[in-house]
Design a protein around this ligand. Structure first.
Ligand code: ZN
Length: 107
């Protein structure tokens, strides 16, 4: 009788372990699928633009973001009046599709 009971428990345990494994495998597959979708979205080419404005507000320029840029950073001198240029905005752009971005690359 004791042996029968422990056999049933063993079978139950195995069933639970198999169920858990199946669940883990399924969720890890779902996770990697999700992850892949996120990667695909993230791999869309993005351009980060920093906008700098002269302290006298007579000149504004946009350029590509460089490492270490932040809003409020002094970014050189104004070509018009020589005052300090300060970064006032940083934003990202999705690049257009390769066919359309041809014009951008010509720059
Ligand atoms: Zn200026």
């Amino acid at each position: 009788m004791m042996l029968m009971q422990s056999d049933i428990i063993t079978v139950l345990l195995i069933a639970i372990v198999i169920g858990l494994l199946a669940y883990l495998i399924k969720s890890s597959l779902d996770y990697s699928k999700e992850r892949k979708e996120i990667m695909e979205k993230e791999s869309r080419p993005v351009k980060i633009i920093a906008v700098a404005s002269c302290q006298q507000n007579d000149y504004t320029m946009e350029r590509e973001f460089r490492e270490g840029d932040f809003i409020g950073k002094i970014d050189g001198a104004c070509p018009k009046c020589g005052s300090q240029m300060i970064i006032i905005k940083i934003y990202s752009l999705y690049m257009e599709t390769p066919q359309k971005s041809f014009k951008l690359q010509l720059r």
